[in-house]
Unconditional design. Sequence first.
Length: 130
Amino acid sequence: MENSDNSNNKNFINILKGLGIAFMITFIFLLILSIVLTYTNVSENMINPTIIIITALSILIGSSISNIKIKKNGLINGAIIGGVYIILLYLFSSVFSMQFSLTLQSVIMMITGIVFGILGGIIGVNVSAK
């Protein structure tokens, strides 16, 4: 019984690490995006698609890295990472903008987050840790 609890704790810690990695990657790329937008004439129409791509790649990488160490249940763990990431991101942005609304972009972000979390989980479970 203790071995199962220890395994669950390690899985939980690895999921938190995956979330942390995903948020760090997002932060870095959004910082780069903001610098590019500030100093170039890039169209503002590119902001939303770029944010979706950055979010998806961040979740994919975080989920992959997290699931390399877990080595099982990649679909579930990846979906958890993607879902929790999007929920936290949505809650933080809603608090800071003082606006809590569900838009088409929000739904696209939620679906994208979960799908890329699942893909990252599949990749992570099937990659050998060295």
